[in-house]
Design a binder for this molecule. Structure first.
Ligand SMILES: [Zn+2]
Length: 215
């Protein structure tokens, strides 16, 4: 059976295409960058649908999605086609959290700049904002959300290993920044992952602007 004929898979793919188009309109995926994935429905739960490498997100279609196994390798019908260069950063998240259904990664200007400014802190603590309540396990603006920051790398096995170790110690992690690169966020549904990306972008934008006003 072709999974693209599966109704649940089709709905997920359409939802993801709408998000990719929206994020591109916001300027969050310049120059073919960024990548996106979702966990395939049962009985294909240990395979994922992910964006192909190097596709312009302004004209991304369902044909630009492909299937990979739990190790990030293309499934047989996609042999010879390259998934996103950052595929291992997706599989490490799915590996650590079986409930995760979707992972979204943007190169928004705010997440890129924010990660550079706060790179020495390695984890940024965000508190005091009402929009925090959109994030995982946060019910009041008085709580603190910790957003980890990892050094950027082109060595995906090493970087995914570093994230794997951090995730093992911080099982509530739902997003991270890569320095000078962008943000990854994930959730138990596509809607939840989108909400996390949008909330964090808004919060980072607020924090950056506050810094400007204080200086
Ligand atoms: Zn990237």
């Amino acid at each position: 059976m072709n999974i693209f004929d599966n109704l649940e898979h089709h709905a997920n793919a359409q939802e993801l295409l709408a998000i990719i188009a929206l994020f591109h309109q916001r300027g969050w995926s310049p120059a073919t960058s960024t990548n996106y994935s979702f966990r395939n429905p049962q009985p294909f739960h240990h395979t994922y649908t992910i964006s192909k490498s190097g596709i312009d997100k302004s004209r991304f279609t369902i044909k630009d999605l492909m299937l990979i196994d739990e190790f990030g390798k293309p499934l047989p019908s996609y042999q010879g086609i390259r998934p996103s260069a950052e595929t291992l950063l997706h599989t490490v998240v799915y590996d650590n959290s079986p409930e995760t259904r979707a992972i979204l990664h943007t190169h928004s200007p705010v997440s890129t700049i924010f990660s550079m400014i706060y790179k020495d802190e390695k984890v940024v603590k965000i508190t005091g904002f009402e929009v925090l309540k959109a994030l995982k396990n946060i019910t009041t603006h008085e709580q603190t959300f910790e957003l980890p920051i990892f050094a950027n790398s082109q060595d995906m096995p090493a970087l995914s290993e570093e994230i794997d170790q951090y995730y093992a110690k911080n099982p509530d992690m739902s997003a991270f920044l890569l320095v000078g690169h962008g943000i990854y966020a994930w959730g138990n549904s596509m809607t939840e992952a989108k909400r996390y990306v949008e909330a964090l972008d808004f919060l980072m934008d607020c924090m950056l602007k506050l810094r400007l006003y204080k200086n």
